[in-house]
Design a protein around this ligand. Structure first.
Ligand SMILES: [Zn+2]
Length: 188
């Protein structure tokens, strides 16, 4: 029998227990990302990489939503995951599987993010946001990674050109549909 894509799958990262803890009452923000990678398996590999030897942790969101709407929890809400500069302690990171600019993230000639977000994936995101509202008493805001990290960096093909370090979830993300469905305020 095929797995119901609406089910929530618990797939804790190997280092989940080494992420710092926090009270749920300090979480008031959801940050939306896209993986800018080809598929969930590759995103998992990136998430598992240890980048901070002192703590034995790396970069990852709390939740990953695949193109078919299946939702995977990589880190519990009372853990501080590393997914956005400056906002981690107060936020939940939600990653949508989408190719984004992969594999030429910072190439000035490949800055379009053309892959659409399928309905099943957006529906699953809306369901998750509703569920998070039930679990997080202080939750009020939602933002795109691109709203919070606006740094520009030299392009990989021509250092004289600047490109955005982060552009996710990007121009194809259906903001209006999500904001109409969920009573959160966009922090941008
Ligand atoms: Zn991001």
């Amino acid at each position: 029998m095929p797995t119901d894509p609406r089910a929530l799958h618990f797939d804790p990262l190997p280092y989940e227990a080494r992420l710092e803890t926090r009270p749920l009452s300090q979480v008031d923000l959801v940050v939306l990302h896209c993986t800018e990678l080809p598929d969930l398996a590759t995103a998992r590999e990136y998430g598992e990489r240890v980048l901070y030897p002192d703590s034995g942790t790396g970069n990852s969101g709390h939740y990953y939503i695949d193109r078919d709407g299946s939702c995977h929890r990589y880190a519990a809400l009372d853990r501080i995951a590393h997914h956005v500069r400056g906002y981690n302690p107060r936020s939940v990171g939600v990653e949508l599987v989408n190719g984004g600019r992969h594999p030429q993230w910072l190439d000035s000639r490949h800055q379009a993010m053309e892959e659409p977000y399928p309905d099943a994936q957006v529906d699953a995101l809306i369901r998750l946001l509703h569920a998070l509202q039930g679990e997080l008493p202080a939750l009020r805001y939602v933002a795109g990674h691109e709203d919070l990290d606006t740094a520009m960096v030299p392009a990989s093909d021509d250092p004289a050109i600047l490109v955005p370090r982060k552009r996710d979830p990007g121009p194809r993300f259906p903001w209006q549909r999500v904001l109409d469905a969920v009573p959160l305020q966009r922090l941008a």
